[in-house]
Design a protein around this ligand. Sequence first.
Ligand SMILES: NC(=O)c1ccc[n+]([C@@H]2O[C@H](COP(=O)([O-])OP(=O)(O)OC[C@H]3O[C@@H](n4cnc5c(N)ncnc54)[C@H](O)[C@@H]3O)[C@@H](O)[C@H]2O)c1
Length: 245
Amino acid sequence: MGFPEGYCVAVTGAASGIGRATALLLAGQGVRVACLDHADASETAASAGGGAATHPLDIADAAACRAILGHVIADFGRLDGLVNCAGVVGPTNIRSEELNPADFEAVCRVNLFGALHVSQAVLPHMRGRGFGRILHVASIAGKEGNAGMAAYSASKAGLIGLVKSMGKEYAETGVTVNALAPAVIRTPMVAAMPEAQVTYMTDRIPMKRCGELDEAARMIAWIVGPDCSFTTGFTFDLSGGRAVY
Ligand SMILES: NC(=O)c1ccc[n+]([C@@H]2O[C@H](COP(=O)([O-])OP(=O)(O)OC[C@H]3O[C@@H](n4cnc5c(N)ncnc54)[C@H](O)[C@@H]3O)[C@@H](O)[C@H]2O)c1
């Protein structure tokens, strides 16, 4: 168990919530971490300590993903893992007939296209080295669909499909591509949602509680470590019993 010397992981969405918690946990285990976010992630990098780097990145921008992740790979000399936590919720508590297609597109640009962009930016390097771990944070909404959150649910369902395809494509290369489907974890993203929407989601969790940041970070750290070696294209569950498939 654990990470070999010199292990390097890039984390998107590292300024806040699950991404921040994952970056700190990985750094605490001796991993060199690149903290990427379109918001300022320097506090995360500073808390992570010596080996951590930080770069501004909008994952909806394909060229920026190639440039910044290329820079991270050159700087570290290698990249073993990518944790993609960057994401947006978009409209909530709204019927699909009222959903503005522009809002739908904006959510997909980050949650779905962004996942493609960051994957494409690291896959050639990982395939070339014969080793890599990619983990995209999807959502229980992508498995089950949350009423009132059609844009978000569709973007995360698309992401789960993307991961299934990529996992199979790279299965013989030493690179694994997986997703994580959390139910509700109390983060700034959830705090910004209407209470009715949060209650709707939490009521459906058999454990009748939210997940903790550390529970998400520990699972992610294992998935992007060398020990998680015979699973790819899979969506790991983190839902307190809500999804049993
Ligand atoms: N918190 C939950 O209950 C929950 C449940 C299921 C899935 N998720 C997913 O987990 C991931 C992390 O969410 P969180 O709860 O930690 O939210 P959060 O809002 O605390 O963190 C999300 C981070 O992503 C960054 N970000 C947003 N758009 C970006 C972009 N275009 N480029 C780069 N960075 C961008 C934000 O600046 C922020 O730092 C998201 O993908 C979210 O959809 C969260």
